[in-house]
Design a protein. Structure first.
Length: 201
């Protein structure tokens, strides 16, 4: 019935079935073992991944969780990003940030350094006033550094990212880490006085 509502573009019917599916997953989670909760999330994820166009944030989030738990981390990243878009469209900016942060955290966990750097940076700049924006950005700097070591990033791009952090969040707790990165860059350039100044900042 859910698939039929989608195929006939019955938006009201599709939303009803989405809500029913979400409630059933919650019920299974509460009444059965974690195994069956994961199975229901995986089934939900497969329904959404075939292009349902669901706008239900919680439903998309559960689908993303199911994909991650079943080991499909690349699909989970995409699903969390999709849930973040839905949350943003629904005016739930904080939840959108958290969902995007979770997507980036999966890339962080999998050591996908260049992708993680890009995602964390984009998130931080798009939500610069969010309390966790500096943390997201310093994680972008960290992963950019790892990408630099793997010859996936140019030194000047890494340097730009470090200085971007200090310009945008000079008073954040994370600025101390950025000053260390900046000091290391000066050491690399054999500019000892500038390195000492950064380390002392």
């Amino acid at each position: 019935m859910w698939t039929q509502s989608q195929s006939t573009q019955d938006e009201a019917g599709s939303k009803r079935w989405e809500a029913t599916a979400a409630e059933l997953v919650k019920q299974i989670e509460n009444e059965h073992s974690p195994y069956w909760a994961r199975r229901s999330e995986a089934l939900l994820a497969s329904r959404l991944s075939v292009g349902s166009g669901s706008s239900d944030v919680d439903l998309k989030t559960r689908a993303a969780q199911g994909l991650y738990r079943s080991g499909q981390w690349q699909d989970a990243v995409a699903a969390y990003e999709s849930a973040a878009v839905a949350a943003r469209d629904a005016g739930r900016a904080d939840q959108a940030f958290d969902l995007d942060y979770t997507a980036a955290a999966i890339l962080h966990e999998k050591n996908e350094h260049l992708q993680a750097a890009t995602k964390y940076r984009r998130l931080a700049l798009a939500s610069a006033e969010h309390p966790q924006a500096p943390q997201a950005h310093i994680l972008a700097v960290f992963h950019a550094g790892q990408a630099l070591k793997a010859n996936q990033l140019k030194l000047e791009d890494f340097s730009q990212l470090v200085h971007e952090h200090l310009q945008r969040w000079p008073n954040a707790v994370t600025a101390a880490h950025a000053h260390i990165y900046a000091g290391n860059l000066h050491l690399h350039a054999r500019d000892w006085p500038a390195a000492v100044k950064e380390y002392a900042a």
